[in-house]
Design a protein around this ligand. Structure first.
Ligand code: C2E
Ligand code: MG
Ligand code: MG
Ligand code: MG
Length: 288
């Protein structure tokens, strides 16, 4: 039989289908329901300034709280959402939820949202982003969209147009998972990125792998030469952080600064930093 998975997409059950594709089709139907039932959540992972260790922003990461299977990671459901086209709706939902949370924070830190290739290929994607800003009231410069090279390869012209219009509105664009694509260098040449996120696969081996260290160092030099700030993903140890600091990497994200956490806990972390900064400021005033 046929089960409707979204307004345009249809998932077909065929008894001849293998176990894996049957499970995926079922999951697609469930995922669509999950979106409507409010089982999806946005978690946030800290992004920190390396020299001061201050929080400068958060990356929004989708989570599926499944009633029976518990928390399902995005690596399990984003590919299915992409294959069925549901990613467009899911992406709009994440974008709006992330902007709404960011507006509630005590300090106007940045919020980064992942954008799937199919979203960027939508003719009205820029409008969708501007709507989210208008509806939530988030200052455009606080929003950063994370795109991967995969988004830019399929329809380069469209992607360029969309990126130009969101940038014109003041939204920032980051290149995610830098170094894992096919044409990182030429992509950097063509698109006006505001940030480069070095993929965690290059950060993990820092301290024990000279090749990884060389790639990270050269990316930092490249970023500096192009005037694009670089963030290191997947920073887990003080050793990695010390290397990055010496190499003058500006920002880091990773378990060392915190795992992704729920909206309430995130808001509390922002409030704590804000209170600390305010107390320091007040002390400075009374000393002067
Ligand atoms: P990403 O955008 O590269 O996000 C970073 C991933 O690395 C997150 O995994 C994060 O939890 C993980 N991570 C961060 N720091 C560390 C660390 O120190 N060690 C280790 N081992 N891992 C770390 P997560 O949340 O499982 O997300 C996986 C991917 O799923 C994301 O990779 C992103 O590509 C995708 N994704 C997540 N949410 C969304 C979304 O709303 N829309 C789209 N299109 N993709 C999403
Ligand atoms: Mg990302
Ligand atoms: Mg990444
Ligand atoms: Mg990744």
């Amino acid at each position: 039989y046929r089960a409707k998975a979204s307004s345009e997409q249809v998932v077909i059950y065929d008894p001849a289908m293998d176990e894996v594709s049957r499970a995926r089709s079922l999951m697609a139907v469930e995922l669509r329901a999950a979106l409507e039932l409010g089982q999806l959540e946005v978690h946030f992972q800290a992004q920190s300034d390396i020299p001061t260790r201050d929080l400068v922003g958060f990356e929004a990461l989708a989570r599926w709280r499944h009633p029976e299977r518990g928390m399902i990671p995005p690596s399990d459901f984003i590919p299915i959402a992409e294959a069925t086209g549901l990613i467009r709706e899911l992406g709009v939902w994440v974008l709006n939820a992330a902007c709404r949370e960011a507006v509630s924070w005590a300090e106007p830190l940045r919020v980064a949202v992942n954008v799937a290739p199919q979203q960027l290929a939508q003719p009205d994607f820029a409008e969708t982003v501007l709507d989210a800003l208008l509806v939530t009231g988030l200052e455009p410069s606080r929003l950063e969209l994370e795109v991967t090279e995969a988004s830019l390869i399929s329809d380069k012209r469209r992607a360029e147009e969309v990126m130009a219009s969101v940038k014109a509105a003041g939204v920032r664009i980051a290149m995610d998972d830098y170094g894992t694509g096919y044409a990182s260098l030429s992509t950097l040449q063509t698109f006006p990125f505001d940030k480069i996120k070095i993929d965690q696969s290059f950060i993990k081996p820092l301290g024990r792998d000279r090749q990884a260290a060389a790639i990270v160092r050269s990316t930092l030099i490249l970023g500096e030469a192009l005037g694009i700030p670089v963030l290191a993903e997947g920073v887990e140890t003080e050793t990695q952080l010390a290397f990055l600091d010496r190499a003058r990497c500006r920002e880091a994200q990773g378990y060392l600064f915190g795992k992704p956490c729920g909206a309430a806990e995130t808001a509390e972390r922002v409030r704590e930093q804000w209170a600390r900064k305010r107390a320091e400021f007040a002390r400075g005033m009374s000393d002067a």
